[in-house]
Design a protein around this ligand. Structure first.
Ligand SMILES: [Zn+2]
Length: 251
């Protein structure tokens, strides 16, 4: 998970809510033949470089594959507590996410629920593990991650992510239900199931990509080739598994 930069508010979403005070999420989904919903969904993914806000897999921008995109409520909209803000239509509470391994192509290949991730896993933790629907303080929230900071390490042998203890120790993120930022980061990995086999294997592919680049550099003696990729990996936030790439460049 990495930082997401985006506007503070979404004017059309706020305007819909202002005009439709009693609207439920489904009313919004169906409003104007679903065009506004689709606009909001697209705007979320555009700000995220078409990556899932949680696992960083690439989401197709092609309109015929829009069923691959989901709008996630970080603080689950099913929370019945009395809140002083509207979690359903608050732009700040929304993220664009993947289908979390719940689609047919993944369920045919990977065991479920062991390979459910992102909101699919988070939802499961709420319904079967008794977890609170308010995840602030239990999970990192992407727009609140500091600029140019990665709280993660990447384990080459397994493809797993873990908290970077040294980096985490320099930050005191709030809200945090734990004693340290490292614990918050590790709980984020656990709650979103980011270390499942499906994602570990996908992240290891980035390692193999790096090995192919290094092999080519050895064969050609062209060090600029490696620098070109490393620079792209550090600066292009629309590349899948951006966090893993940055960890590999820093190794
Ligand atoms: Zn995801």
């Amino acid at each position: 998970m990495k930082r997401i930069n985006r506007p503070e508010a979404h004017q059309k979403l706020a305007s819909f809510k202002a005009k439709n005070k009693n609207a439920k999420w489904n009313d919004f989904r169906n409003y104007a033949s679903g065009k506004l919903y689709e606009q909001v969904r697209k705007d979320l993914f555009i700000a995220q470089g078409w990556l899932c806000a949680y696992c960083e897999t690439k989401i197709p921008s092609d309109d015929c594959k829009k069923h691959h995109r989901r709008i996630e409520h970080f603080h689950s909209k099913g929370d019945q507590c009395n809140l002083d803000y509207d979690i359903t239509f608050d732009w700040k509470n929304l993220l664009g996410v993947c289908r979390g391994g719940s689609d047919k192509s993944n369920t045919e290949q990977y065991e479920v629920p062991a390979n459910l991730t992102c909101d699919a896993h988070k939802e499961r933790m709420e319904s079967t593990g008794g977890y609170s629907k308010n995840w602030h303080g239990s999970l990192l929230f992407p727009t609140q991650i500091p600029e140019n900071v990665s709280f993660f390490t990447f384990e080459k042998n397994t493809g797993k992510l873990a908290a970077n203890i040294e980096v985490c120790s320099r930050f005191n993120l709030q809200p945090n239900n734990f004693d340290t930022t490292a614990e918050l980061v590790n709980n984020t990995i656990l709650s979103l199931n980011l270390n499942c086999r499906r994602l570990n294997e996908a992240r290891r592919e980035i390692l193999f990509e790096r090995e192919r680049i290094i092999k080519k550099v050895r064969e050609t003696g062209n060090k600029g080739y490696l620098n070109f990729f490393y620079n792209k990996w550090l600066t292009d936030n629309s590349l899948p598994f951006s966090t893993t790439r940055k960890c590999l460049v820093r190794l």
